[in-house]
Design a protein around this ligand. Sequence first.
Ligand SMILES: NC(=O)c1ccc[n+]([C@@H]2O[C@H](COP(=O)([O-])OP(=O)(O)OC[C@H]3O[C@@H](n4cnc5c(N)ncnc54)[C@H](O)[C@@H]3O)[C@@H](O)[C@H]2O)c1
Length: 302
Amino acid sequence: MARIFIVGSGVVGTATGKGFLHAGHEVTFIDILPRRLDYLRSQGLDARDTLDLEDEPDSFVFLTLPTPNEGHRYDLSAFEDGTAAVGKALATASGTPVVVVRSTVPPGTTEGLVQPLLEKHSGKTLGEDFTLASNPEFLRAASAVEDFMHPWMTVIASRSVRTVERLSALLAPFGGELRTFSDPAAAEMVKCAHNIFNATKISFWNEMWLVSQALGLDLDPIAETVARSAEGSYNPRYGIRGGAPYGGVCLPKDTKGFLGLADSIGLDMPLLRAVVRVNDVLADRTAVDDRADDAATAGRFA
Ligand SMILES: NC(=O)c1ccc[n+]([C@@H]2O[C@H](COP(=O)([O-])OP(=O)(O)OC[C@H]3O[C@@H](n4cnc5c(N)ncnc54)[C@H](O)[C@@H]3O)[C@@H](O)[C@H]2O)c1
């Protein structure tokens, strides 16, 4: 049985804590909102407003704090406050707690923000007195507890091999494919790319829906067919390499040609325009890289 603290007991924190309770672990929920604490206590859960790690050797502290956006940036103020409070609790902690960043955060946050905050407020040192991991959450709000209990993917990253092993042992009983990284920023990037990919796919089909509407077509059977015909839809390896533009005859021709068709019916397709633009940028870059390679090769053999 592990000793687990959940810092930030909203949708993700509550689902995480309840899942661990169900698996037989001892869980304490931390939150700053009195009405949230009342709600959790009304369910018979151990809910407190302050984290205390004294006499709690080898605990896991999960950060499930909010990370909303403000315009085109993340607002990490609540996340920073909660992390600073964990740092203060670490000052008097026993054993070597594992602090786990489960919130969705910009890549680099675990090592660039969480580590310095914890060290500053605890006076302790990463690797000696505590360890740090990234373990992003993939659950959907509508089925939060169920998704935590039956994940389809578990991503763990830490510079400490022992921490990856300990977290893997804690999370393995829930199942799901386990992927581990040594760099926490890689796990943070997985979660951001995961959400952006889902958003892009939804916007893609909404853009196609707008065109279909304008052409008097029913999108549903079209989209269901493309979901099975397009390699990008059914083949998880297709198109994911990065660093090379698409080429050949069909993709350049049909992306650009369709932009003209959209124009002719008075429709803007910002996503398709962006697709073409990204490809042009990559094509230019690849051409520059090729010229640099040629120059380097010419220099070597001059
Ligand atoms: N909701 C989802 O479906 C979902 C799925 C995956 C990941 N995430 C990510 O998980 C993180 C948490 O999201 P959520 O939906 O659970 O947010 P939420 O708003 O439901 O919960 C956050 C909780 O943290 C509490 N809190 C705020 N400041 C605090 C502090 N200083 N100390 C302690 N508690 C504090 C709030 O009172 C609230 O109860 C975010 O980074 C989010 O992007 C959310």
